[in-house]
Design a protein around this ligand. Structure first.
Ligand code: N01
Length: 543
């Protein structure tokens, strides 16, 4: 038990607000509630340090896909002016340094308990308070409970038969050892070709004797074109924080650019190809902002998809490998589009091979490696599972949360998550789920949606306290309307067409198939939340 733990035998520690998680969201929530509202706040963090996603995801090549000047807090001008990013996309270590810097700068650590994994939270209606317990038996009581647990923090390790018999080492990318993994002289198998696998493969291939990539679903990827930031760019970003913030706040995805007004059909095929080529050469997620109908019109999307498949065939020299990598079964950007640094080029190396799991699925893991259904045993010393996460609901459901009348969150969400604005759940009063299902979250540049949620919750709690309101929870009909709106927003896009995406929960066996994030756009969502607050928290029941 850590020295600042609060043993079960001791009386519970009582605070005004308890925040679970010390990543981007939890750190800012602590600052707002403690330093702006004057509340007593306790943050409980499962990890041994602050940083959330960036504390855990230390896999080779881990780097953010958002551009560094936008992947930052924008609430404090002095912080923006003082911090200097070194590359176009910040690497894991640099982001972790940034978040540690923020924790020190705002003196946050004194209210954060590390190595304190929350195991249960139970609402006590008689006392109108939440009782929160941690793995080591500590016990807290709080009025306001705020989860800041991230959307992609519950690792999805596939339950492949024989895994425990493997004689080598296996790792999940989201639980990477702090001391790193030495691939020198090793035969490495990597399962999964999402954003993570696509980042990790080129780096692993540099030192491994051999890397075998096990691909189930082929994926689009656009070159990141990462580079050191120039002094000129740094000066521009510093001088234009207001404008950058304004663009991020008015954009669909919270990135520092707007989606083009034009549609694919507005330009000639030659102009279209030139625009795609320019997007490819420039690199990054901005590619999908070239036309406004890429995510709503299948024919428009097909043009981008075909351009990207053609790039794969150009880069990858072996035609059979190129065919497997470019045989993509879903429209472009209907799964989260990865960006990469020399991913497809990696398959031109002599020490890298690709296994097509659609042709020969994994049958089992043997002591020596991975056996596929064609009878081939791929000999391995290390297996890397780049197999993603039980996204959005997983981190919340892995804590045992119980609301009014003994209703557990797992029961409330048996058919999929149901929230109002992604922020609150019926019969779970005073519980706020930052970047929860039903909010734009993973469809955006995360710090932008995190700041919006944290500021909204802070404003809400301030309002409730000022007006002597003891409880807030959503009205059931408001939740029904919001859930229907979330579904409509998803169905207005092509995104549900990627039937196996984690947006739909399809990557986790048995998980309900519900499109979880809100696809109506960050700017629209921000306006909706502001409007709800302005109308006296319309749709919420205040008690
Ligand atoms: O996870 P994923 P991820 N057997 O779920 C495969 C964010 N992120 O960690 O597509 C074989 O996308 C699975 O195959 P399939 C970003 O939002 C951001 O890569 O289900 N294969 C897929 O290929 C991202 O979207 C950044 O058929 C199995 C892969 O594993 C999200 O995190 C960097 C399998 C999982 O892909 C998650 O990305 C990294 C099995 N049993 C991540 N189970 C940056 O910003 C799964 N797969 C840089």
């Amino acid at each position: 038990m850590s020295p600042d733990a609060n043993p079960a035998s001791a009386p519970p520690r009582t605070v005004d607000a308890l925040v679970i998680g010390a990543g981007f969201a939890g750190l800012y929530q602590l600052h707002c509630l403690r330093d702006r509202l004057g509340l007593s706040v306790q943050v409980l963090e499962a990890g041994g340090g602050v940083g959330g996603t960036w504390y855990w995801n230390r896999y080779p090549g881990a780097r953010c896909d958002s551009e560094s000047h936008s992947y930052a807090y924008y609430f404090d001008e002095a912080l923006l002016q003082d911090w200097e990013w070194s590359e176009r996309y910040p690497g894991q270590a640099e982001i972790l340094r940034y978040l540690n810097h923020v924790a020190d700068r705002f003196d946050l650590r004194r209210n954060i308990r590390l190595n304190a994994r929350v195991t249960s939270a139970e609402y006590d209606a008689a006392g109108n308070r939440w009782r929160v317990r941690t793995e080591d038996g500590s016990h807290y009581v709080t009025t306001w409970l705020i989860t800041a647990v991230g959307c992609l923090s519950a690792a999805n390790v596939p339950n492949i038969p024989g895994r425990d018999d493997f004689a080598g080492q296996w790792y999940h990318t989201g639980q990477w050892p702090h001391e790193g993994v030495d691939f020198t002289g090793k035969r490495v198998g990597m399962v999964g070709t999402g954003s993570t696998g696509i980042q990790a493969a080129p780096v692993i291939a540099e030192t491994a004797t051999h890397l075998t990539v096990f691909q189930r679903t082929a994926n689009y990827s656009i070159p990141a074109r990462n580079a050191k930031l120039t002094d000129e760019f740094k000066a521009w970003a510093r001088a234009n924080t207001g404008e950058i913030r304004q663009v991020m706040h008015s954009s669909v995805n919270g990135h520092p650019w707007l989606v083009a007004e034009r549609k694919v059909g507005d330009v000639t095929p030659e102009e279209r190809e030139a625009i795609y080529q320019q997007g490819w050469d420039h690199g990054g997620l901005r590619f999908r902002a070239n036309f406004r109908d890429l995510l709503t019109d299948k024919a428009a999307n097909d043009t981008a998809a075909e351009f990207l498949r053609a790039q794969i065939r150009k880069v990858v020299k072996d035609p059979k490998t190129a065919a497997v990598l470019s045989d993509i079964d879903h429209p472009f950007a209907t799964k989260r589009p990865p960006i990469d640094s020399y991913y497809f080029e990696t398959f031109n190396r002599d020490n890298v091979s690709l296994v097509d799991l659609r042709e020969s699925p994994i049958e089992r893991i043997t002591p020596n490696g991975i056996l596929t259904s064609d009878g081939t045993e791929h000999p391995l010393d290390i297996i890397v599972f780049a197999t993603g996460f039980d996204a959005m609901t997983g981190p919340l459901l892995r804590m045992d949360i119980t609301g009014r009348d003994g209703l557990t969150l797992a029961e409330a969400w048996r058919e999929g998550p149901k929230t109002y604005l992604g922020l609150q759940v019926v019969r779970f009063p005073n519980l706020f789920t930052l970047t929860g299902p039903g909010s734009p979250s993973v469809l955006t540049n995360m710090p932008v949606c995190i700041e919006q949620h944290v500021e909204w919750v802070t404003g809400c709690i301030a309002h409730l306290r000022a007006n002597g309101v003891r409880t807030i929870e959503p009205a059931p009909d408001a939740v029904d309307r919001w859930v229907a709106h979330v579904n409509d927003a998803a169905n207005a896009t092509l995104m549900p067409q990627a039937g196996h995406s984690w947006y739909l929960g399809a990557n986790v066996p048995g998980k309900p198939r519900v499109f979880m994030p809100y696809a109506g756009g960050m700017a629209r969502y921000r306006a909706t939340c502001a409007d709800v607050a302005a109308r006296g928290y319309d749709g919420f029941v205040l008690g």
